[in-house]
Structure formats: structure tokens, C-alpha cells
Write a protein that binds this ligand. Structure first.
Ligand code: MF3
Ligand code: CO
Ligand code: CO
Length: 282
């Protein structure tokens, strides 16, 4: 979410907190971790179900409707709906849209599009937040490349997540890799602590940022969600007050997972590989 919007969200969500990055980082206990696993699993199942529907001719409004129903059918509520006024249940961000794209029945996906689908069910009070970028039919080499760089950026960020490490280790490895690939990294939006609250501390930047650099400890849960651009890192907020685009019209791709710091390292709570053998398996 927007770094500067984080403070407002905190006030709304956590009752008078000054800034997200100043909030103490919540350490989840065993019961909360189990609830986060369940929410993460449902998020992964939702994303997989919607991803399978992405093809030329489907509207982003249809994806929204199916994702909405899927979550209700599994006992969850889609967190984005009415979140600070967001009008839909998922975000669908196409081509030069960086994030927070609003689904619409009028927006039909076309061959060659890139679409990021971002889902966040609330299950039994806990959030699971995950997104992926999908190809609509065949896409350009450039589209393929920015997508692969964003996928790998998330992987590297996850690999840098371990107890005793520091939050800014994540952005450091992503910056070195993505810049080496000739891509830019969005700085205006970042990963976030998550649990009963959608967006809380710590703030997880995907580049070498200044400011707080807390140590990662077992029981922390947060998202890593690098937005990678082919052109400029700079963004522009559209008149609908949600849709964020690249300032130069270049392509943007993103992947997101919710992760848990464990005693041994990291657990990816929204890993689709975890779906095997669960009630979401088919
Ligand atoms: N899921 C987004 C994230 O990764 C947040 C979407 S907020 C909304 O943090 F209001 F735009 F839905
Ligand atoms: Co998120
Ligand atoms: Co998200």
C-alpha cells in the first residue's frame, strides 16, 4: 500500500497509532499462526482458481465476481471490499497499472495483456494476502521478462527472510537483482505486516530504504510484494483515487506472498504448493 497512506490506515485500523513503522511488530503465538496458515491457504486457493480463468475475452469484473463468491463459499470475507473505500473484492492491475486496479465488467482482457490479480481473504479474523501476474494468451518478450524478474525478486526476498536478519535485507537483495536486470523497483508502495490487521508494521520496502530496520524474529508475519517496472520507478495515481500507473506508461509486474518468520527460517503461508492434499485440492 502507499507508504504515506499507511499512517491513515493505521489510525483507522489500530485506533490512534501514529505511523505504521512506529508500531511495535506483533509476534504471533501458535494459535494465531495456525489461523494465519488457514487464511494463507485460502488466499492461495483463491488466486489459483482465478488465475486458471485468465484468458482473452474474460473481464476483470468477472474475475472479481468469481473471487468474491469463492471466498464467501469458504467462510471468508474479501478484505479489499470497502477497505478505505475500495469498491471491489480483488485488485486487477493490467499492463502499466502498478497496483490497486479496480475490476470492471467493461474491462475485457485481451491477448498480450499482463494482469496481476491480488486477493486478500479474511478468514476467522486473519488476513492472507497474495498476488501473481498472469499472461493473457501470448505476451511480448518484454512482458515476459518483467514478469520473471518480479517473480524472482519475490523469491530472493523470501530467501533473505530469516530470524536474526533485518527487514531491510529483503530490499537489498531485490534491489541488487532487479537493477542488474535493467528493471526499476517501485518505491511508493511496499510490503507490510499482516494479521488481524491488513496493513501494519513492519514496512517492507523492496529497495534499500532508510529508516527503521527491525530485526526479524520468529512469529512475525508480513508480506513481500515487489512491483517491478520496465521503465521509470515513478508512479501516478489516477482520478479514481485507487488505480496506480507507471508514470511513463511502461509495463509493471508483481508477485506477493504472506510469510511467517520461523525459528528455522521462513514459511510461505500463501504457497500454492501447500494446497496439495487440502480441502482446496482438486
Ligand atoms: N492487497 C493489496 C496489498 O497487497 C492491498 C489492496 S488494498 C485495496 O497490500 F483496497 F486496494 F484493495
Ligand atoms: Co499486501
Ligand atoms: Co495484496
Amino acid at each position: 500500500m502507499a507508504a504515506d497512506a499507511v499512517a491513515a490506515a493505521e489510525v483507522a485500523e489500530a485506533d490512534g497509532a501514529a505511523r505504521m513503522s512506529d508500531m511495535p511488530i506483533d509476534i504471533k503465538g501458535p494459535a494465531e499462526i495456525e489461523a494465519m496458515r488457514e487464511a494463507g491457504l485460502l488466499a492461495a486457493a483463491t488466486l489459483r482458481a482465478i488465475g486458471a480463468l485468465v484468458k482473452p475475452g474474460i473481464s476483470t469484473g468477472k474475475l472479481n465476481q468469481i473471487a468474491h463468491e469463492f471466498q464467501l463459499d469458504h467462510g471468508a470475507i474479501p478484505a479489499p471490499l470497502n477497505y478505505r473505500g475500495f469498491p471491489k473484492s480483488i485488485c486487477t492491475s493490467v499492463n502499466d497499472v502498478v497496483c490497486h486496479g479496480i475490476p470492471s465488467n467493461k474491462h475485457v482482457l485481451r491477448e498480450g495483456d499482463l494482469v496481476n490479480v491480488d486477493v486478500t481473504p479474511i478468514l476467522a479474523g486473519f488476513h492472507g494476502d497474495t498476488s501473481a501476474t498472469f499472461f493473457v494468451g501470448e505476451v511480448s518478450d518484454k512482458a515476459r521478462r518483467v514478469t520473471e524478474v518480479s517473480r524472482k525478486s519475490l523469491e530472493l526476498g523470501i530467501a533473505a527472510t530469516k530470524p536474526g536478519g533485518r527487514i531491510r535485507d529483503i530490499g537489498a537483495v531485490i534491489e541488487d537483482y532487479a537493477h542488474g536486470e535493467g528493471m526499476s523497483i517501485v518505491e511508493d508502495y511496499c510490503g507490510h505486516g499482516i494479521g488481524r490487521i491488513f496493513h501494519t508494521s513492519p514496512q517492507v520496502t523492496h529497495y534499500r530504504s532508510r529508516g527503521p530496520n527491525p530485526r526479524m524474529r520468529p512469529g512475525m508475519t508480513f508480506t513481500i510484494e515487489p512491483m517491478i517496472n520496465t521503465g521509470t520507478k515513478h508512479t501516478r495515481l489516477m482520478k479514481d483515487n485507487w488505480t496506480v500507473k507507471t508514470r511513463d506508461g511502461g509495463l509493471s509486474a508483481q508477485f506477493e506472498h504472506t510469510v511467517l518468520v520461523t525459528a528455522e527460517g521462513v514459511e510461505v503461508l500463501t504457497d500454492p504448493a501447500k494446497l496439495a492434499g487440502t480441502k482446496y485440492d482438486h
